[in-house]
Write a protein that binds this ligand. Structure first.
Ligand SMILES: *Cc1c(COP(=O)(O)O)cnc(C)c1O
Length: 347
């Protein structure tokens, strides 16, 4: 087959284990669904929509609602069905992609799909930010630096002053620093201020985690109008489905539920951490997210053992520096108790 660009001759698959485990702690989803009253309101909205009609070109009404919610200029908001679509859009637009290793796999996946050169800078011991090496890399030919803050899949929160130093260098050298804030609801951090001060910084957020809407697929970019226009040009027209927009409008009318959920998850994260820290064979890493990274003696065997007890967690041991690591989503108290019970005696 000669139809495709040579770099796509043997594409890598996204690492994902499908399972119908009773306790699902592998995808950093919310353990709770959208509150029933909001779901009912969203369904009414859906029923009233004309399904034969296309949605808005770039989800304009929803964009206005997100702009109001975030205190952002509408021209700088871009919506997409999942922030992964915006990651691919920015990888497509980028001359080059700079990343940390390990990191969220789709920054590299998106760069590979787009045929954009990718470079990863290893994290320092204990997953600390490689500030000096990143600053040096920013002296090279410009592109987009993807930085999840808090970091995924390590859960570590970087110092604001280090992120600001990267932003300053990005500005001097013509880069875009994309701060992926998928987990900021669980850390209480917020880089909108930095993005407001510099068009070389943009923020990516998602409805998939604290908003309890992983199945609905929606995320958004907060950027300067100029950067937003480029991202929009790399997302297909009419991309955000009308049903997604209707559900998000409902969620944005009552955003308090997401704040409350994030608070519950933060408290539950600390309870789960205390329980897992008593595990003699595991090391639990600090986390500012809705998941805990643990280092075990054998990730494959431990995952299988937990799965046999009906608990699904995510292996992270295939990434450099993460030998033995598993990622455990903070679930409901009952789910977390089931995990702790299943983990007893695991290596
Ligand atoms: C979960 C997550 C996202 C969200 O992706 P969606 O496509 O919006 O579901 C983005 N970035 C990181 C680092 C994540 O962990």
């Amino acid at each position: 087959m000669q139809a495709f660009k040579p770099h796509l001759s043997s594409p890598a698959e996204y690492p994902y284990l499908r399972s119908d485990a009773r306790v699902k702690l592998d995808q950093n989803e919310s353990p709770e669904d959208l509150p029933a009253e909001l779901k009912a309101r969203a369904l009414q909205r859906l029923a009233a929509l004309p399904w034969n009609r296309y949605p808005e070109l770039h989800a304009e009404d929803l964009r206005a609602a997100v702009a109001r919610h975030e205190g952002w200029d509408e021209a700088g908001v871009v919506l997409s069905p999942g922030s992964n679509v915006l990651i691919l859009a920015l990888c497509t637009a980028a001359r080059t992609v700079l990343d940390t290793v390990p990191s969220f796999p789709y920054y590299r996946g998106g760069a590979e799909a787009a045929g954009t050169p990718w470079r990863g800078i290893p994290l320092l011991p204990d997953f600390a930010l490689p500030r000096a090496a990143l600053l040096e890399a920013l002296d090279g030919p410009p592109g987009v630096l993807f930085l999840p803050v808090p970091h995924a899949p390590t859960g570590r929160l970087f110092e604001a002053q280090d992120v600001e130093a990267l932003a300053a260098r990005a500005g001097e050298r013509g880069w875009l620093l994309l701060v992926d804030e998928a987990y900021h609801d669980f850390s209480g951090t917020d880089f909108r201020g930095l993005a407001r001060r510099s068009e070389h910084v943009a923020v990516l957020r998602t409805f998939s985690k604290a908003w309890c809407l992983g199945g609905i697929r929606a995320g958004y970019l907060l950027a300067s109008p100029r950067v937003a226009a480029v991202a929009r040009a790399c997302v297909p027209p009419f991309c955000l489905p009308a049903h997604t927009a209707a559900i998000l409008q409902t969620a944005l009318e009552s955003p308090g539920y997401a704040v409350a959920l994030a608070e519950r998850i933060r408290a539950e994260r600390e309870r789960l951490r205390s329980a897992l820290e008593r595990h003699t064979a595991w090391r639990v890493y600090p986390s500012a997210t809705n998941f805990l990274l643990v280092r075990t003696a054998d990730a494959a065997a431990t995952q299988a053992r937990l799965l046999a007890a009906g608990v699904l967690v995510r292996r992270q041991d295939r990434y450099p520096g993460m030998e033995g690591c598993l990622r455990i989503t903070v679930g409901s108290p009952a789910e977390d108790d089931a995990l702790v019970e299943a983990a007893r005696g695991a290596r």
